[in-house]
Structure formats: structure tokens, C-alpha cells
Design a protein around this ligand. Sequence first.
Ligand code: 13P
Length: 255
Amino acid sequence: MSPSHNKPLVLANWKMNLSVRQSVDLARRVTRSLSRTTKIDLVLCPTFPALPGVAEVVKRKSIALGAQDVFWKAAGPYTGEVSPAVLRELGVKYVIVGHSERRQYLKETDIVVQQKTLAALAQGLIPVLCVGETFAERQAGQKDVVIMRQVTAALKGVTLPSGLGLVVAYEPVWVIGSGQAVEPREALHTAQVIRQVLIDIFPPSVIERQVRLIYGGSVDTTNIAAFVRQPPLSGVLVGGASLSAKQFIDLVRQL
Ligand code: 13P
């Protein structure tokens, strides 16, 4: 993925919470405090219209740009959609695919998520593939089965030639925005389940060098350390706690 593969990865998913101006302001404040942080890979994922403004702020800094979604074709008659080629043109490096909010509200299926993953990789973007069970699935004892299905389906036909990277984020749907993360040992168990699926798909050296597993769901300053540098987990996807500059800077400084 990159020589910095061993560094923890922290992605800020601002979702649809901020205006363009607020996004650029937040990016400025985060960049001012954290752009000299070399021991962590930091990624800001603003809303689409804020990408150019945030790109300008993080340009030539050690902070990367991420998008929250992508379409599965590079160009064509797809009204309203955003091409992975255009994201790349804007300087985007990472792209979130299959976030549970898109699966829930936009009815994205495993096949859509797989198409988006392939399209992102074809443009050299690093997909941040989100998987996670709902509360009902968990109560039904289906958690691991759901995770295995989501990962297998999304990665069908995916290869990772050297130079390409992939992030798989375990985000239990029922803890997102709840203020209560899952127990770290549970996140680690699920990461092992994901890793087991990956072993059937990619050679071990590819998993070692090009794939990262991270956790998301109510990550905050009190729990972040438990999800980072805990193999196979090596990073976090942060929602709510990334919306305030102070809170996000404090969070990153825990690492
Ligand atoms: P919260 O950190 O607000 O729970 O959101 C997690 C998330 O969905 C990140 O993609």
C-alpha cells in the first residue's frame, strides 16, 4: 500500500454534517495542529462539494484526502453520480465504500459495494470497505456470518497488484453514533474473522503489505488506543468525534 503501512491509520468521516466552509475551516485547524504528525496516516473525508477546498488545505501536507462514496463507472450517462476518475483528479486517495448508512438509506447491496470497490481500485484509489452487522443480525447470532458474506461478496474478482491498497473497516451498525463502542476484544475477534476470509482471497504477502483492518463505531479519546496497534487492527474510522477540531486533535494525540 505504501511504505507507511505499519503506521496506524485514522480516517475522519465527516458524513453530511458540515457545510463547505465548515469543512475547510476544520481541515485548516486539523492541518495546523497535526500536519507534522509522521507516525500516523491521517485521512479527512469531507462531503463531495468540499473536496476541492479541503484538497487545497492538505496539499503538500502529510494528511490525505478521502471521499465518502464513489460510482462504479469512470464516466458516462450516470446523472448525479461521482466518478472515481474525477475523485482521483481532485487528489483523493481513499474512498469509503459500503458504509452502513448507504446500505441502509440508499439500499446499496453487496453487488453494488463490489462494483464500487473494483472501480475505485481501477483508478488507483484505496477502498475503505465497510462491513458490520445490525443489532437484529447480532441478536440472531448471525454476526460472523454477515461479516463473512459482506467481505466475500465485496471482494469477488478483486486482485491487488502491488501498489494498490485496501482497507477493511469493521463498523458494527448498532454502535455507530451511539456513544458506546464495542468491547475491544470483540472488535479484535471480528477482525480475525475478516482476516480469515481475506486469507482465502489474497496471498499472505498481499495481506501483510497491502491490506489494513480498522475499527469504526463511537471511537473517542477514551477508547481509541484499544483499537489501534492491536493486530490485526491497525486503525480507526471516526465519525462524531472527528467533527470538532479540538476533539479530533486530542484523539489523534492519544496515539
Ligand atoms: P461514529 O464515530 O459517530 O460512531 O461514526 C462511525 C462511522 O460511521 C464512521 O464511518
